[in-house]
Design a protein around this ligand. Structure first.
Ligand code: ZN
Length: 286
């Protein structure tokens, strides 16, 4: 009798087993999708600390000029950025909230109104106290390779890493009108690299966007190359003439920090960047 009952229950168990396995798998998948979203939602909805607002007002030159809806949007994005990205200090530097908030605010400024994932490929931000020295092999115009050490203020890597020099981050953030900003520069490279290659063309909406992008950026890039060759003063830093990727990063710095001049003297480029970044920084000026 016992044997018969055991055999029947074994049979029921075996026949139910695929269902139990299936339900377990579904529950695990739902949990795997839901838990990170829940945690992110909780991180974003927590109150933005008052001390962080003071940091923004003190360190981000343009913060007080942003319309209130953009400020609130920026604060939510900063919470998300700080939740998702890892910061670490190098060269003896200890990372503080002031550093994290100041860097996150400028990085997130490039993503305002864009409703896209916040630098999905980026995981680490490494901060040095000041310019850091790297060893690089570079090719000159004639293909000759040179190997040397040089000091950098910032660097963006395609493997999910941005490196920054804090003293330059701070001076660039406080002076938001000189067209020079290492955080905007390096994070423009991050946006550019989301296509898989860093070539001055980030992800755009459609074919026509790529056409107007290529049209505006290539003619302005050639113009800047000419100015650089002849030592002529230009609105954008001559470093932008290095290659199309550097041009996009430098044009981004100019767009955010010298919008009126760019709108006046490089209107086509200004309009293309305005439609890409979905904001108009010239509205933020008094
Ligand atoms: Zn660059």
């Amino acid at each position: 009798m016992n044997t018969g009952w055991n055999a029947r229950s074994r049979l029921v168990w075996v026949s139910m087993n695929p269902w139990i396995i299936l339900i377990t798998v579904v529950v695990l998948i739902v949990l795997a999708l839901w838990v990170p979203r829940f945690r992110l939602k909780r991180a974003i909805s927590r109150p933005f600390p008052g001390e962080w607002v003071e940091i923004l007002e003190r360190n981000i030159g343009v913060y007080r000029k942003l319309p209130m809806p953009l400020r609130l949007q920026l604060r939510r994005m900063i919470l998300q950025f700080l939740y998702q990205k890892n910061f670490s200090g190098a060269g003896g530097l200890s990372v503080t909230d002031e550093m994290r908030v100041t860097i996150a605010a400028q990085a997130c400024m490039l993503q305002l109104n864009r409703n896209s994932a916040l630098y999905p490929g980026l995981r680490y931000i490494i901060i040095y106290p000041s310019a850091f020295v790297v060893t690089r092999t570079e090719l000159d115009g004639s293909g000759v390779a040179s190997h040397g050490r040089k000091g950098l203020l910032g660097e963006s890597w395609q493997n999910g890493k941005v490196i920054l020099a804090w003293d330059n981050v701070l001076s660039g953030a406080r002076n938001f009108v000189d067209g020079s900003n290492v955080v905007l520069h390096e994070f423009a490279h991050q946006l550019d690299s989301e296509t898989g290659s860093t070539d001055g063309a980030p992800l755009l909406a459609g074919e026509s966007s790529y056409r107007s992008w290529a049209g505006a950026l290539s003619s302005e890039f050639e113009e800047l190359q000419k100015d650089t060759r002849f030592g002529k003063r230009s609105l954008m830093d001559h470093y932008g003439a290095t290659n199309p990727a550097e041009f996009f990063a430098v044009a981004t710095e100019t767009f955010f920090e010298k919008p009126r001049q760019m709108e006046k003297h490089h209107n086509e480029l200004f309009e293309v960047l305005k439609s890409y970044y979905r904001i108009d920084p010239s509205n933020w000026l008094e």
